[in-house]
Ligand binder design. Structure first.
Ligand code: MEV
Length: 327
């Protein structure tokens, strides 16, 4: 076991798995270019059950490999030349919302396939989940999949101490370190506007090629590095300020959206700090509520037309659900 992160043990089919979503507190987009990121696994989950079957299906769909690139990529990278399976997936994580629904599906499949093929340790699972997601998306960092695999608060390319693991991509690596959970309640709210992570990542990459790109990336890194320190130290006031600064930077690189700006405005009287979270261009915001005003905050966001969730960190990450019922 690595630093309290247990492996996924070997199991015969049927195998049931659940995986949390994720919320990026600091550093999305910049992490794709090697800057630090702070992310935590949230207590909204995807559950997947994999059974032996006479034909390959995902949620009763026999054409799922052509319709779902994440499913296709998972099969190619970790269930190649194996017998057909029936996969059921249900999720409380809103899709295309910046809250890790793809990473949760990918990590669930990788964990279930790993369990069914002799077990898998977490660093290997983190690497494989990243490769599956990257295979489906074509771009992106290891941040989302690592959060879902590791659970709790994680610093990617930042923080102090020995890395839990390192994930390697085609053009860079990401070190992952644990950050202590300050024990706060967070609120995330989905705008209802779907977006494509790949498109947003490519647009930001183009924006960072402008003459002020290196300066912007430097500021993203400074904010995330300070944010990681402040969260680890339980320093709410600094975290709140840095959330605002990180949002300004994300706006500057073009991934805010008028609806996100409206939601941030609606949240403001009950928020200590807030920003968009995930790829942006739609998707969700994350808010650190004024203590005692959590309910008011949720009401404000719902009244503004968002889908709000009060979330806490999921400390475990992807795990087997036992026993897996055969039907
Ligand atoms: C998306 O959840 C986070 C991004 O930084 C992309 C990535 O890290 O893969 C925008």
């Amino acid at each position: 076991m690595i630093d309290g992160v247990p492996p996924i043990p070997a199991r015969e089919l049927p195998v049931a798995v659940r995986a949390p979503g994720k919320c990026i507190v600091f550093g999305e987009h910049a992490v794709v270019h090697g800057a630090p990121e702070l992310v935590f696994a949230i207590d909204l989950h995807t559950q997947v059950i994999v059974r032996a079957s006479s034909e390959l299906r995902l949620n009763a769909d026999r054409e799922a490999t052509s319709r779902n690139p994440y499913f296709r990529s998972a099969l190619e990278l970790s269930w190649k030349d194996r017998p057909p399976i029936d996969v059921r997936a249900v999720s409380r994580i809103p899709r295309s919302a910046g809250l890790g629904s793809s990473a949760a599906l990918v990590a669930s499949l990788a964990a279930a396939f790993g369990a069914a093929t002799g077990g898998i340790d977490r660093p290997t699972l983190a690497q494989r989940s990243f490769e599956i997601e990257r295979g489906a998306q074509g771009v992106g960092s290891a941040g989302d999949t690592t959060a879902v695999v590791g659970g709790g608060f994680l610093a990617v390319n930042g923080g102090a101490g020995t890395p839990l693991w390192t994930v390697s991509g085609p053009d860079r690596t990401w070190d992952v370190r644990r950050v202590p959970d300050p024990g706060w309640v967070w609120v995330v709210a989905h705008s209802g506007i779907p977006r494509s992570t790949g498109d947003a990542v490519r647009a930001v990459a183009r924006r960072l090629e402008a003459p002020d790109g290196p300066e912007l990336l430097h500021e993203f890194s400074r904010v995330a590095a300070e944010g990681i320190r402040a969260v680890g130290a339980g320093d709410r006031r600094t975290v709140a300020e840095l959330l605002g600064r990180n949002h300004e930077l994300l706006r500057e690189v073009g991934v805010s959206h008028p609806r996100l700006e409206e939601l941030l405005k609606a949240a403001a009287p009950a928020a200590e700090g807030a920003k968009l979270t995930g790829a942006g261009a739609g998707g969700s915001i994350v808010v650190l509520p004024v203590p005692g005003k959590e309910t008011e905050l949720v009401r404000r966001l719902a009244r503004a037309g968002a889908l709000p969730f009060v979330v806490r960190p999921d400390p475990t990450g992807v795990e087997l659900v036992e026993p897996a019922h055969p039907d």
